[in-house]
Design a protein around this ligand. Structure first.
Ligand SMILES: Nc1ncnc2c1ncn2[C@@H]1O[C@H](COP(=O)(O)OP(=O)(O)OP(=O)(O)O)[C@@H](O)[C@H]1O
Length: 544
C-alpha cells in the first residue's frame, strides 16, 4: 500500500521530507534532511497500523548489521502521529532502476563485467549478513542500491523487512526445518525454488539461490522467462510462475553464459537446509572469470561500465619462406617419425596384462586421504561448509581457479611416467569433483581426453575422442540422453573398472565415461561417477 504523500506531514521528528524515492507494499521512502545539521537521509515511513509492520522488524535488524560494508546505517527511528519512520543512510539508485534504464537505452542484457562485480559484492553482503546470523529473505534488484559518491561503486543491501535471525538466541542453534508448507515469503522473480515453489523454510542457501537467479536474469535477453509477464494478478498466473520456476533447469537458464553461473545455481540448489555456503569460493570464481575476460578492478561496481578490454591486436609478421616438400618425401618423414623411440621410453604406460583382478572390496575400502563432511538435513550445525576450504588442498597466495586446477591436473596426466602417477591425478580429480561443482566443464573434459590418450597409447597423438565438450555456441552433435541411460552406463563402468585387465581396457572405459557424461543434460558427475573415478585410480595403482 503506497501512501499518498499529502497525508504524511512535511516534517517527521527532526527531518524535512523532500521527494519520494520509492514506495512499496508497506510504505514509502523519502529523501529528507536534518533540520539541525542539514544532512540528507532516507526516511522510510509506514502507517503504525499497517497490517505488515515491516518497519518494526527492520528496526530490530539494523543494529545487527551496523558497521558492515554495504550495510546502510540506521540513524534514528521514531513515531510521529500515526507514522512510524526509520532514518537511514541516503543511497543512490537501486540495481533495478539501473538495469531498467540500461534496457531503455536499447541493451538486451547487462554486460558481463558489471554482473561479475554485482555477483562478488552481493555474495560478500550475504556473507556479512549471514555471519551476523541474519537472513535477508527478499533478495532482488530493487533491494540492492549503490551508494552516493564517494561510495558509488559499493552495492548496499536494503529492505530488511523480511529479514530474520537464523540462530536461535537462546539455544544458539540453527532454526529448525519443517515439513509443513509455509506461506510464500519473498518476491516472485528471485525467491528460491524451495521457498517459493515448495513452501520450505528459508535459510542461507535460499538467499544465495535468489542471488544466483538475479545474476542470470541480468544476463538473459528479456530476463528470466517467468518475469516477462509482470506481477501475477491471479492465483492461476502465480501458479504458472511457480511451475515455470520449479521446472527451470540450470543448463537451460544459463545457455550461452560462462559456466560459472550455471555451476553457482546448481551449487545453491544442492545445499542442505543448514549448510553454510562457501562464499569465498564463489567470490573467487567470479573474480577469476572477470580476470579471464580481461576485466580489472572487478570489486568496484563501475557504472556505466568501462569499455570492454580490447583483444590485443597481434603484430602480423610475414612468415619466413618455407622449404617446399613433395608428398612422397612427406610420407617418408612421417614414417621415420613413427619409428622414433622417445627417450627415455615410458616404462609403464603400456598394456599391463598380467595383473590379477583386485577384489571389489579393496577398491571400496581404498583409504580416502581425508574425510568428506557429509551434507545432512541437520539443522543444528550452522557452520557446516560442504565446500569448506579446509578440505581442499591449501591455496597458493596466487588466486587459483577451478579451470586452472583442472589444467594442472591435466598436465600431471600428460607428464605422468607411470600408472602410479596417473592414479594420483585421477584420485585428485575425483576429490576435486566431490568437493566442488559436479558439473564437468571443458577443462574437466580436457582432463579425460588427456587421460584417455595416456591410457590408449602415450607415444602417439590421439585425437580427442568423444570426451570434448562442445562450446556453448556450437551445435550439440548428439541429442541429450535420458538420465536413466547415463545412470546405467556409469553403473556398468563402475563395475567393470575394478577388473579391467589393461590400460587399453581402462582407456575405453574412460572414453565411454566422457561420452556418456557429455551427452547427459546437466553434464554432472553422479555418485556412481565419482565411484568410477575412485575405482579407476585404485585399478591404475594395481596395474603399476
Ligand atoms: N536508503 C535509501 N536511499 C535511497 N533510496 C532508497 C533507500 N531505501 C530505499 N530506497 C528506494 O526505495 C525503493 C523501495 O525501498 P524498500 O524496498 O526499502 O521499500 P519497501 O516498502 O520495503 O518496498 P517493497 O515492498 O517493494 O519491498 C528502493 O527500491 C529504492 O529505490
Amino acid at each position: 500500500m503506497a501512501h499518498n504523500s499529502e497525508t504524511i506531514p512535511r516534517r517527521l521528528g527532526n527531518y524535512w521530507l523532500q521527494e519520494r524515492l520509492g514506495s512499496g507494499y508497506s510504505g514509502s521512502i523519502f529523501k529528507a534532511y536534518n533540520v539541525y545539521d542539514g544532512t540528507y537521509v532516507a526516511l522510510k515511513v509506514q502507517d503504525v497500523d499497517h497490517e505488515c509492520p515491516t518497519n518494526r522488524y527492520e528496526q530490530a535488524i539494523y543494529p545487527l548489521l551496523q558497521g558492515g560494508e554495504g550495510m546502510p546505517r540506521l540513524w534514528a527511528n521514531g513515531i510521529h502521529g500515526k507514522w512510524h519512520y526509520l532514518v537511514i543512510s541516503l543511497l543512490g539508485k537501486s540495481l533495478e532502476s539501473i538495469y531498467r534504464q540500461h534496457l531503455q537505452c536499447g541493451h538486451q542484457v547487462m554486460d558481463l563485467r558489471s554482473v561479475c562485480s554485482i555477483a562478488i559484492q552481493v555474495i560478500t553482503r550475504l556473507q556479512i549478513m549471514h555471519n551476523r546470523e541474519v537472513l535477508h529473505r527478499d533478495i532482488q534488484l530493487g533491494n540492492c542500491a549503490i551508494g552516493l559518491t564517494p561510495k558509488h561503486e559499493t552495492i548496499y543491501m536494503i529492505d530488511f523487512g523480511f529479514s530474520k535471525c537464523y540462530i536461535d538466541p537462546h539455544t544458539r542453534r540453527h532454526i529448525p526445518d519443517s515439513k509443513k508448507k509455509r506461506d510464500f515469503l519473498g518476491n516472485y522473480w528471485f525467491t528460491s525454488v524451495n521457498v517459493h515453489c515448495k513452501g520450505k523454510v528459508p535459510s542461507r542457501r535460499d538467499d544465495l539461490e535468489a542471488a544466483a537467479l538475479m545474476f542470470i536474469h541480468l544476463l538473459t535477453p528479456g530476463g528470466l522467462s517467468w518475469t516477462r509477464n509482470g506481477v501475477p494478478k491471479t492465483d492461476g498466473a502465480h501458479d504458472r510462475i511457480k511451475r515455470e520456476k520449479l521446472y527451470s533447469r540450470p543448463e537451460e537458464l544459463c545457455k550461452g553464459m560462462p559456466s560459472e553461473f550455471e555451476e553457482f545455481l546448481r551449487y545453491c540448489r544442492r545445499l542442505k537446509f543448514g549448510d553454510c555456503p562457501d562464499y569465498d569460493y564463489w567470490k573467487d570464481e567470479f573474480e577469476a572469470l572477470a580476470l579471464e575476460k580481461g576485466f580489472t578492478d572487478i570489486e568496484r561496481f563501475i557504472w556505466p561500465p568501462p569499455p570492454a578490454p580490447k583483444v590485443q591486436s597481434q603484430v602480423v609478421r610475414p612468415a619466413p619462406p618455407r622449404p617446399t616438400i613433395d608428398s612422397a618425401e612427406m610420407e617418408n618423414v612421417l614414417h621415420e617419425l613413427a619409428k622414433l623411440q622417445l627417450d627415455p621410453p615410458r616404462p609403464i604406460l603400456r598394456d599391463q596384462t598380467n595383473v590379477p583382478g583386485i577384489a571389489r572390496t579393496d577398491k571400496v575400502n581404498a583409504k580416502k586421504p581425508f574425510e568428506i563432511i557429509s551434507a545432512s538435513d541437520g539443522s543444528d550445525d550452522s557452520r557446516r561448509k560442504p565446500n569448506a576450504r579446509a578440505l581442499l588442498p591449501p591455496r597458493t597466495p596466487v588466486r587459483t581457479k577451478k579451470a586452472s586446477q583442472l589444467q594442472r591436473l591435466r598436465y600431471s596426466v600428460l607428464g605422468a611416467k607411470d600408472n602410479a602417477a596417473l592414479a594420483v591425478a585421477v584420485r585428485e580429480f575425483a576429490q576435486f569433483l566431490q568437493l566442488g561443482s559436479k558439473t564437468l566443464t571443458k577443462e574437466g573434459f580436457a582432463f579425460l581426453d588427456a587421460l584417455y590418450k595416456q591410457l590408449a597409447d602415450p607415444t602417439i597423438f590421439v585425437q580427442p575422442l568423444r570426451t570434448s565438450r562442445p562450446s556453448a555456441n556450437q551445435e550439440d552433435n548428439g541429442a541429450p540422453q535420458p538420465a536413466y541411460m547415463k545412470l546405467s552406463v556409469v553403473a556398468r563402468l563402475r563395475r567393470e573398472v575394478g577388473t579391467a585387465s589393461s590400460n587399453r581396457v581402462l582407456a575405453n572405459l574412460v572414453a565411454d565415461f566422457g561420452a556418456v557424461t557429455n551427452r547427459s543434460s546437466g553434464r554432472t558427475i553422479t555418485k556412481d561417477g565419482i565411484a568410477f573415478l575412485e575405482g579407476l585410480a585404485a585399478r591404475l595403482q594395481a596395474l603399476t
